[in-house]
Each structure stands twice: as structure tokens, then as C-alpha cells.
Design a protein around this ligand. Structure first.
Ligand SMILES: [Zn+2]
Length: 136
């Protein structure tokens, strides 16, 4: 099995091709040694990239610009709070997300979400937490 097969992905923001680079290409130091990013070929004019899986080097989701990366971090924080608080297991949290938004398992990844879905997830997590607090 060729796990390091080349992936052809494009930047959703400008349409240019994205290329696999060591993370230092963007972060400029060895802080993330061993990790890789798919970076828009027009970087830094177009500030879009996405992390690659450590072993398979497949993109973790779609390329995101600064604003969307920030939103995804916020959405992840809200989502992780659900299962870190012990309200449910991590697996249950992902199942809840799938049910809540009618997603297939492979779609239920925040790295694939656009800004709108991030907002909806943050909102749904808040509602769930408030509801659980009231029920307790
Ligand atoms: Zn781009």
C-alpha cells in the first residue's frame, strides 16, 4: 500500500494548487518538527493551509485562511469541552455531532467545516451544555 501517495488538492480561496511542505515552511522554526502542511502555492499572498496527517501525510481537511482557522480552533474548543467535561465519551460526542447535523462519519471532522458549520457547532455545543446543566 502506498500511503504516501500524492494528493491533488486546491485552495478553495484562490483556486491555486496546494503543495505539501514541512510545517516550518509556514511557522518558520522547528517547533513542529516532523509535521507537514498542505500550503496554497500562492502563499503568503494567499494565507491558506491545512495540517497533514503525521503518518499518511493526507490532508486533515480543506485548506483554510486565517479567519477560518481561527473559527475551527474555536469550534474544536467548544466541542472538546463536551467530552472533556465527562458529559459523554469522545466517541459519543462525534456520534452526537453526526446526528445533530445529519453528517456521515467521514464528514464529521471540524477540519472539513466551513465558517458556517463552525458557528452552528459552537452554538449546538453551548445549547447542549446549558441543557445538561439544567437537567443535572
Ligand atoms: Zn490560495
Amino acid at each position: 500500500m502506498n500511503i504516501l501517495k500524492r494528493v491533488n488538492i486546491h485552495c478553495p480561496n484562490c483556486g491555486a494548487k496546494a503543495t505539501l511542505h514541512p510545517a516550518s515552511f509556514v511557522y518558520g522554526n522547528s517547533r513542529s518538527a516532523g509535521s507537514y502542511l498542505y500550503v496554497c502555492d500562492r502563499y503568503p499572498a494567499c494565507n491558506s493551509y491545512v495540517a497533514a496527517h503525521r503518518t499518511t501525510r493526507q490532508p486533515m481537511g480543506s485548506l483554510a485562511d486565517g479567519e477560518l482557522r481561527h473559527k475551527r480552533i474555536q469550534a474544536h474548543r467548544a466541542f472538546d469541552r463536551l467530552w472533556r467535561s465527562g458529559l459523554m465519551t469522545k466517541k459519543e460526542a462525534y456520534q452526537w455531532m453526526q446526528t445533530e447535523f445529519g453528517l456521515h462519519e467521514e464528514q464529521a471532522h471540524i477540519a472539513q467545516f466551513g465558517a458556517y458549520m463552525c458557528d452552528r457547532l459552537i452554538c449546538a455545543c453551548e445549547k447542549f451544555r446549558i441543557h445538561s446543566a439544567e437537567a443535572a
